[in-house]
Design a protein. Structure first.
Length: 171
């Protein structure tokens, strides 16, 4: 169990072991320290449920993870990693493309440097059938991505989507 929890903690942020958080601005008030602490608790528990879902394949674990990420966001709306993790679970495990796109869009608004959000939102758009939006997100991802393996994957997907879009326009 401790191995699962340490994996959950180490895979939270983009390229780091920290929990990304956006500071409060004038338009939103900062949560109290108790709210931030409770948000972190639910965030970590959500990651635990996600890891348990990966290990067991049980869909209910993923739903419990989504519920915990939602609880974390209720307490601290600046917890960008909770939007990201919930968005990925929505498209990849729960097949809820609309909610995935909503959460991943929020990540791109709060943390536009989070490259993986653009890539994952492109996949959610693709699964929803919005190939033009998927292509636009993949193009953006390719301008900022640094990982050569994921870049190659994005280039292949973009080429396929572009071919499909071109074929559908020529009909």
């Amino acid at each position: 169990m401790s191995c699962v929890l340490s994996n959950a903690i180490s895979t939270v942020g983009p390229n780091s072991g920290i929990i990304p958080h956006m500071p409060a601005t004038r338009s939103n008030s900062a949560p109290s320290w108790t709210q931030r602490l409770a948000a972190r608790f639910y965030f970590l528990r959500g990651n635990l449920h996600r890891q348990l879902g990966n290990a067991s394949g049980e869909r209910r674990e993923y739903q419990w993870a989504v519920d915990d990420f939602s609880r974390a966001l209720d307490r601290d709306a600046g917890l960008v990693a909770a939007y990201y993790n919930r968005g990925v679970l929505y498209w990849r495990e729960l097949e809820n493309w609309h909610r995935a796109i909503r959460d991943l869009t929020r990540v791109t608004e709060l943390a536009p440097h989070w490259h993986e959000a653009w890539f994952n939102r492109a996949i959610a758009f693709q699964r929803r059938g919005d190939l033009a939006s998927a292509a636009a997100d993949l193009q953006h991802y390719l301008t900022v991505a640094t990982d050569p393996g994921w870049r190659a994957n994005a280039e292949r997907q973009l080429a396929l989507i572009t071919a499909i879009l071109h074929e559908s326009r020529s009909r």
